[in-house]
Design a protein around this ligand. Structure first.
Ligand SMILES: [Mg+2]
Length: 374
């Protein structure tokens, strides 16, 4: 356990780098837009029809971003608009969607191949919360998971080390999940805590494992207050303080108010080059510009569990959002385990497999438990 503490100390020094103003707002927006879920394979080849994807090529967009700062903001607003609740609709599968599924087959269909690949290895489960374990609902405070899902995750955690990795404040996501035997990484992995009880996988005695962004707490508080004030005039906008980061939910914001909201958020963040802005699924995320994300959290957790340099570990990460891509990428780069994207529509992703919605996630987790304990 002494070695774990030492490793933690080293990690803090090695990984937590505060970048300069260059990595501030504008940079973050341009990166986000170029990777936005809007620009899927399907979007580039074929528009989904009225109310579907906006047809603009990635190349064209990138040119706009380089040439004109104004276009950057406009594109960002467009992409916000496109992911608004009224714009995401499920339509019958097109050829492009079928081709996407060929490349990211259903984890349920591929169940045997997946479990065969894990033979002789320790499966470690990483689960995003919103949109993965619970459906996306209008009020983020009411994103409850079903009792059936909770029972499933409880059984899962008895059979495999299991972590919840969420953009939400750790206490809040714990309030939804209410399982003490799990690992929790809140605030996009910036707040990591081990099981408080009842896990045979618990290592060490300390509960709080890692909080790399402590110095940002006063700044986050200040920005939270400004954002609450500034977004007051936008009906439906909801600002959530996630301790080490902030979410501005636009699940219920009218389409005509998008640009206004974007401008308000942007104007607040202009003063804070050490915070960056990214767009998730119906949410704007404000985070410290430290080099820490869900992928780093995944690596940290594997290390904490004692699998740092093991070849016989098989991490499985299930998530639905852009921020989960950092974790999918880490798994690809490590060549270990795999990522599963929860999505009904084709998206650019580093995940290997897909599941359509939380109910399919539950089916998959239940099959894993039955497979482990036949
Ligand atoms: Mg999510």
């Amino acid at each position: 356990m002494v070695s774990l503490t030492e490793e933690r100390g080293n990690m803090t020094k090695k990984n937590v780098v505060v970048s300069d103003a260059k990595s501030g707002l504008n940079m973050a927006i341009s990166v986000d837009v170029s990777k936005s879920s809007l620009f899927t394979t399907a979007a580039q080849k074929k528009p989904a029809g009225p109310g579907g994807f906006i047809t603009i090529s990635r190349k064209q967009l990138l040119q706009n971003l380089e040439i004109n700062g104004g276009a950057r903001v406009n594109s960002w607003v467009d992409s916000m608009r496109a992911s608004s609740p009224t714009h995401i609709k499920s339509t019958p599968l097109s050829d492009d969607q079928n081709s996407w599924i060929d490349h990211h087959p259903s984890a349920l269909d591929m169940f045997e191949q997946i479990t065969n690949a894990s033979k002789g290895k320790q499966i470690v489960m990483f689960l995003d919360y919103d949109g993965t374990l619970s459906p996306i609902v209008d009020d983020p405070d009411r994103a409850f998971m079903s009792d059936q899902m909770r029972a499933t995750v409880r059984k899962l955690a008895r059979n495999f080390p299991t972590a919840i990795v969420s953009g939400r404040c750790r206490d809040k996501v714990y309030g939804f999940v209410r399982l003490a035997e799990l690992y929790y990484a809140g605030s996009h992995g910036m707040d990591i805590k081990g099981p408080s009880k009842g896990s045979k996988y618990k290592k060490g005695t300390q509960d709080i494992l890692f909080q790399p962004a402590n110095e940002f707490l006063p700044m986050i508080d200040e920005v939270y207050k400004s954002l609450v004030e500034k977004t007051k005039s936008t009906p439906g906008a909801k600002v959530e303080n996630n301790k080490f980061c902030i979410s501005v939910h636009f699940r219920c914001v009218d389409e005509k108010k998008w640009s206004e909201l974007a401008e308000e958020v942007k104007s607040v963040l202009k003063e804070y080059p050490k915070l960056r802005l990214t767009q998730g699924r119906k949410v704007l995320e404000i985070r410290p510009t430290i080099k820490w994300d869900k992928g780093k959290a995944l690596e940290f957790l594997l290390e904490s569990l004692g699998y740092a340099n093991c070849t016989d570990v098989f991490p499985v990460y299930i998530g639905d959002d852009r921020t989960d891509e950092d974790a999918f990428k880490v798994l690809r780069e490590r060549g270990q385990g795999f990522g599963i994207l929860v999505s009904k529509i084709p998206k650019d992703t580093n995940a290997s497999y897909s599941l359509q919605e939380p109910s399919e996630v539950m089916d998959f987790l239940q099959r894993l438990v039955r497979w482990k304990q036949p």
